[in-house]
Write a protein that binds this ligand. Structure first.
Ligand code: SF4
Length: 381
């Protein structure tokens, strides 16, 4: 069953994947193959989207997740999102967060404001900040070098910063090679890279929703180079807009292939498009958010397909605490961040908020043991 009429398996030009009427026996042999430790193929992942047996998918995904982590621990991180600027020239149609240069509520945070947010994060036990922002035409590499050096001089904090799309933007406006850009950012204090800006790694989809953003190859190029420099990263997928189910599978195929080559992704984080206040919903009529079942199915198939990823995050920020909790039975082994601050999803009207105690309770209620972690998924107290 296809859970959303926007996204049919048949509508998949350009991905090279066809719906698998060619897979004999339906989903059972595919799931058995995964349980036997064999890698499933893209057309088989696409076939899994046709099943209405969500419980079976969740069961298999959950068993595969438990093979990676048999101690029934579910991790989470205490950190804060800081968006240093909302000024952006890229105009992604799904984004409610950005402002054009000169807009009344456009901002670049002064360093002291960023420092105040970091100090509060440390006071609450956080050891990491996730720093991301818009593609500001005037913020070149020297701005980020100064910012990162100032942060590291004042605070002992992990800097998980700048999505591949931002790094490609900084590289271009600074007229540097990608390697030089990453080297300079790392020397200034960059510790790891969040997997934002991936959306769907199919250029036909990217042309529709974010034509000025980096291409799928450019996004992967940053990850490839970062991993080869021993900079760990995460990977994301924002789905439920104009893509087909085959596009989702193609996205998974590309990150699995990258992980085979460089192994530097510490986690995969799928999350649905949030339509509130976006051009995509206003002008293109893409308004219906992904249902809870579609989210859980996509999460479970991600777990089954991505055999080389240890960690999958539940997206309670977009799905709410209840589906967030159920995600732990559909292949997720991590509850993500306590999100001491979140602006991007909130701009699209999503307002779920949990503190550390809430997250620990949700994990325990599901029969798991909560454990704080860092970006490398090492346990911390
Ligand atoms: S998603 Fe990022 S790049 Fe796109 S408009 Fe929003 S801030 Fe700019």
């Amino acid at each position: 069953m296809t859970t959303d009429p926007h996204r049919t398996p048949e509508a998949n030009p350009g991905t090279g994947i066809s719906p698998s009427s060619s897979v004999p026996g339906g989903v059972d042999p595919i799931l058995q193959k995964a349980l036997d430790g064999e890698r499933i193929q893209p057309e088989e992942a696409l076939e899994l989207f046709t099943t209405t047996d969500h419980l079976l998918l969740g069961n298999v995904a959950s068993r595969l997740a438990r093979r990676k982590r048999s101690d029934r621990i579910v991790t989470y991180i205490v950190d804060r999102n800081i968006n240093h600027t909302n000024i952006c020239v890229t105009d992604c149609s799904f984004c409610a967060f950005y402002r054009r240069p000169g807009a009344e509520d456009a901002y670049v945070l002064p360093f002291e404001t960023i420092a105040g947010k970091i100090a509060k994060t440390l006071a609450l036990g956080g050891r990491q900040i996730l720093l991301q922002g818009g593609h500001h035409i005037d913020l070149r590499i020297d701005y980020y070098e100064d910012l990162f050096r100032s942060i590291k001089k004042r605070f002992d904090i992990h800097l998980h910063a700048l999505s591949p799309a931002e790094i490609q933007h900084i590289r271009k406006v600074s007229r540097l090679t990608l390697k030089e850009t990453l080297q300079r950012l790392r020397e200034a204090g960059l510790d790891s890279i969040p997997g934002g800006g991936a959306e769907i790694l199919v250029d036909r989809v990217r042309q529709k929703i974010s034509p000025r953003k980096c291409s799928a190859d450019e996004w992967l190029e940053v990850m490839d180079q970062a991993h080869r420099m021993d900079i760990p990263t995460t990977a994301t997928m924002m789905f439920g807009h104009v893509e087909s189910l085959a596009d989702r599978v193609e996205h998974l195929r590309r990150i699995r292939e990258q992980q085979d080559q460089t192994g530097g992704f510490t986690a995969f984080i799928p999350w649905p498009y949030q339509p509130g206040n976006t051009e995509l919903s206003r002008d293109m009529g893409i308004t219906s958010p992904v249902t809870g079942l579609d989210y859980l199915k996509t999460l479970a198939i991600s777990r089954i397909f991505l055999d080389n990823f240890d960690n999958l995050q539940a997206s309670w920020v977009t799905q709410g605490p209840k589906i967030g909790q159920v995600s732990l039975l559909y292949g997720a082994n991590d509850m993500g961040s306590t999100m001491l601050e979140e602006n991007v999803v909130a701009a699209a009207g999503t307002v779920y908020c949990l503190n550390e105690e809430d997250i620990r309770r949700l994990i325990k209620d599901c029969g798991f043991t909560p454990q704080r972690r860092n970006m490398r998924y090492e346990f911390v107290n």
